[in-house]
Design a binder for this molecule. Structure first.
Ligand SMILES: C[S@@+](CC[C@H](N)C(=O)[O-])C[C@H]1O[C@@H](n2cnc3c(N)ncnc32)[C@H](O)[C@@H]1O
Length: 258
């Protein structure tokens, strides 16, 4: 058996701490020496680390989020159009497709911060817009938004008092902060969607509509079944402004049977 030859000068040792990575091996890989492809990958990772390091000690996930935000056409457009969030375009698209907002409509905005959906409801001449978020929201002219946890057992009553009657549209963009633990995140999201649906059952006028963000391929079967009983039509939709990589989509239920 022949001994492994020392590597030629064309190959270089991988180095995480140093910036340059030029050498490569035409085929195969021996311990301590890397292929051109592996070298390229390491260089890319290092480049990313470099950019992350310059981001004032932010976590990689927040830095990637920030980079995505800065390059997102909807974020730029929202700034130009004076909307608080890129999410504003999601309700605009859903409204265009499903005809949800109309002059004089009474609208509830669940998970309202920073206020994009409420802005759109006001812009579409809703008669009354009330909202809730666990985070504070800068006042939106024409809307009344309360800072409160929607999971608080008093939240539904507080909102109903603010409404002072029934609603034409309950729209929920509620999204729990993710923990990174898949099952926990899934359960928290499902709980918010179910609570939003039950709130809609309490406050909608006959003929009213319910829009909610859902994740991972749509609503849970039991929820979907009860929505199909209580509404004339139930559809899933993914607006163009919802990021391709995001597991979110929306469920639009119209024609509440009361
Ligand atoms: C995607 S954002 C909503 C964006 C909003 N539609 C807009 O256009 O500006 C989701 C919101 O849900 C809120 N949220 C999550 N859990 C909540 C809870 N338990 N109670 C109230 N708000 C909650 C978050 O604080 C966050 O502001």
């Amino acid at each position: 058996m022949s001994k492994a030859k020392p590597p030629s000068k064309r190959f270089s040792k991988p180095s995480v701490s140093k910036g340059k990575m030029t050498g490569s091996k035409p085929s195969g890989e021996k311990r301590g020496w890397i292929t051109r492809e592996a070298a390229k990958k390491q260089a890319e990772t290092r480049m990313m680390d470099e950019r992350v390091k310059t981001a004032r000690g932010r976590k990689i996930s927040s830095t990637l989020w920030l980079r995505r935000q800065l390059n997102d056409p909807y974020v730029k457009k929202a700034k130009l159009d004076g909307y608080r969030s890129r999410a504003a375009y999601k309700i605009l698209e859903l409204d265009e497709k499903f005809d949800l907002l109309f002059k004089g409509a009474v609208v509830v905005d669940l998970g309202a911060a920073p206020g994009g959906w409420s802005q759109i409801a006001v812009k579409k001449n809703a008669g009354k817009v009330i909202g809730i978020d666990i985070l504070p929201v800068e006042p939106v002219a024409g809307a009344d938004i309360i800072e409160m946890d929607f999971l608080d057992e008093r939240a539904a009553d507080v909102l109903m008092n603010m409404l002072g009657g029934k609603a034409d549209l309950v729209m929920s963009d509620l999204a729990a902060n993710t923990t990174g633990h898949r099952n926990t995140d899934h359960l928290r999201t499902v709980a918010l969607v179910e609570l939003a649906a039950h709130f809609a059952f309490q406050v909608l006028k006959p003929g009213g509509a319910f829009v909610t963000k859902v994740f991972q391929g749509g609503a849970e079967k039991t929820l979907l079944d009860s929505l199909k009983i209580k509404f004339e039509t139930v559809r899933h939709a993914k607006p163009k402004s919802s990021r391709d990589g995001s597991p979110e989509m929306y469920l639009v239920a119209k024609g509440y049977k009361g």
